[in-house]
Write a new protein. Sequence first.
Length: 639
Amino acid sequence: MFVPPFKTLIIALLSFLIFCVTGAVSDEISPYGVCAHVSRHGDHELAEQEFKLMRRAGIGWARTDFDWTTVQPSETGPWDFSMLDATVERAEAAGIEILPILAYDVPWATPAYKHLDAWLEYVRKTVSRYQKQLRYWEVWNEPDLKQFWKEDPNPANYTILLKATYQEIKKIDPDLHVLVGGLSGIPYEYIEGIYKAGGKDFFDIMAVHPYRYPAPPEARSLKDDLDTLRQLMARYGDGDKPIWITEIGWPTHQNSSPLLDDVIRTGLKTAAPNITDWTLGVFDEPGYPVRVNLSDSRLIDMLPGGGQIEHLSIEQIKTLSPKSCQALLMPPEEGFAAGVFDAIETYIRDGGIIIFWQGVPLYYLNRQTDDGGWQQQGANESFRRRLHIGWQAWWTQDGVPKSIGTLKVPEPFQSQIHLPENSIPAERFLTDTALKPGDRFIPLLQASEGNYTGTAAAVFDLDSDMNGAVIVSTLMQDFRGISEERQAMILPRATLIALHSGVERMFWYNFRARENNPYYNEDNFGIIHKDLAPKPAYRAMRTLSRIRPAGSKPLDIDWQSKTVYYPGWTRPDGQTAWAIWTSGTARDVIVEITGEVTDTADYLGKSVDIKKDENAFTISVSETPVYLIGPDTLVPASK
């Protein structure tokens, strides 16, 4: 392990102790924020405790709703700012900045953009009341989604509201800052619609919500998406405006579906009744957009008679044999990785069993780009035909229902497959039209409507030119939850990519998880639990804000070499710090360094072993960032 000089070690220890007592938020404006419903019942009662926890983690901002209905419960009744007053007071006491959201409709003034007099009265009363404490105001939340805008989203209509609100706020204080209502994803067409409607002069900050879970930020490149946004803004002469991410996150809900467990277990038993001790291979390519987010113990429970799990990269799948691994579980998606299909086909021909468990198999082709990201394109029908998979849906054949809400289990499997109380709709259906003589099509789940009966899950038991089997479930379910450990790995990576792509503020969604439903994504985004106990991501945030404190400035350097990322920054104390990780396979990387390494840490703050050879260091690089403090320059030798 690299050991820093004794004097430097003492300084670092004292700095850490000061951080633990006071928190990491400096007088500089923090780039770190979270969304927290502290101005609504549920979190409001815990706001004081939540703000203190934010402060300890180095979080400087809390984004919360200043709901119109909260302050004006009825059209003729009194205005009531007591809840917002308490929220602002508690945040100020803890040293947390509030980013308020001005929203939504009230029953007597819906839609708001058609009732501007009433809306602007709410804006005027609210902004005037808090203008000295709150200097930034976000106008609506995700107006590009119908669930928040209520009408069909229309950028021209939103611009009417935005323009009027901006002008009203600037009358109160010209130095107040107005944000576009954080837009879902990065909806380029909607944003361009705001510009075409004349919205350029009526906001100070662009705000977006570039969610991409469960894909990591590198696979569906957050950097490229933000660059595209900046280019769009520049086309309208707006390229210098700040960009804030006012929501982004990765939820940790459970990907549980007992029905799917039953289908896979029954499918394996049907395809290979004589196997009692299974080895299940799981496609698990580092950096791939979709991964199997289930624990090994959960996967073992799916195997008839039990067995073991092996996580396999694309290169390992290319040499996979049914003798050592009887079944292969693909990711829950309708796509597949370029370069793996021929190996899959050979594996099935030799007797292996492959499991597709989300939608139409092999519908999209995912290609890896030179920088390690992934791009998706349509895949032609030949891939499914080569595996003898037939299918149909409403968009491929007349007479096929768009959705059938009630499933049924064929008689031979009714004791093995148990339907849930809340049925999962079937929208894609399997057929035997691609089978060859000797093959069998064995339905596991069916759905009927009128004269139509379709198969939603089946075993393609092959005994022709192929000797294995394909198990398919076409049900579209939510498998986007990730583990708490993976959430903690992604948080600093996503934040660093955003900040080094020119984003000024980054708000993680959200702070405290509601956790009322373990299977619901919205209830499980938080970085602390419902009882305020921290998740690993909280510790990752605390580590990041300590090593890259408020006031840090990105170094103007290249910071990506294919799948290796190495952003660097200058801290307010004058030291330079770096993070390094890979979105690909973990490996040792030689980095060339000038200057002295005074401290190291992993993403959770633990010291990291590195090997020094003159000005080169060997660092074990993986999906978990490693921080190095002190070097003047850092460049991977392979760059």
